[in-house]
Design a protein around this ligand. Sequence first.
Ligand SMILES: Nc1ncnc2c1ncn2[C@@H]1O[C@H](COP(=O)(O)OP(=O)(O)OP(=O)(O)O)[C@@H](O)[C@H]1O
Ligand SMILES: [Mg+2]
Length: 281
Amino acid sequence: MTPMLKTVTDTAPQVDSRPVQIQARGVDKVFNVPGHPVVALQNIDLDVRQGEFVCLLGPSGCGKSTLLNAVAGFQPPTRGSILVEGRPITEPGPDRGMVFQEYALFPWMTVAENVAFGLQIKKLPKAEIAATVERLLEKLHLTDFRNRYPKDLSGGMRQRVAIARVLALDSPILLMDEPFGALDALTRRTLQDELLRIWEEVGKTVLFVTHSIEESIYLADRIIVMTYRPGTIKRDIAVEMPRPRDAAAPEFNRLKRELAQLVMEEQQRFSQDEIRSVTAD
Ligand SMILES: Nc1ncnc2c1ncn2[C@@H]1O[C@H](COP(=O)(O)OP(=O)(O)OP(=O)(O)O)[C@@H](O)[C@H]1O
Ligand SMILES: [Mg+2]
């Protein structure tokens, strides 16, 4: 892995003494597409510490979701290992909650029922479920929408429900795959702020996939820039600006330019690949 790049040079970096919670070592993932195997991930080494907010950034097809799904236990790596708190990941587990871009809610359940679902599966006492649901509805500003069905909610509201549902399970790790990708800019910013507020409050570890440079700078403690096919780690950048971050600040813009350059190089490789595949058809 390339060394960490410091982005704020006037203060010495703090030594991070938090334990490593997610550890990927030598991870490859190859999809066996007949005729041309796709190397989605190659030799990924990544440590995420307890309580860190880490963004995976890169253009389409660079393996962000593949890496997140491997950590989630949905798709095992072809080679290498992923450990969570020292245990090898072989399947999904209650220690890792996932939020997807598409609002994976049950359409036949109300907001409150969706949030309660995982707790009912765990067979927790009714009063405990009710108290947790109330607390989370309040935290995500959903109390007034508790009896609505997902189809009657805006995209932003549906994503709040998806976040509340995952928080209900109280997993120490939140895995988020472009959770705000389909939202308009204002709703997106509101939910980013709420996610940061909740993250600071509950101290979870967040691994967050995005292809938005600005989103990654706004949110992350560290940004992992990935290369396009094979997906490798191109840069591991610590973002040391205090929060809330001002997208108009010179530091923010300097990092934005640096990341744009890194991502653009990969975007060009993606575009060339697409053109090649079209002309080969
Ligand atoms: N099930 C699969 N079978 C074959 N190829 C796959 C499969 N899943 C992903 N790939 C390929 O692996 C590569 C990485 O895909 P992945 O979905 O992880 O990218 P991504 O960075 O999440 O992209 P996006 O930003 O578009 O979501 C891509 O080239 C993709 O086509
Ligand atoms: Mg993806």
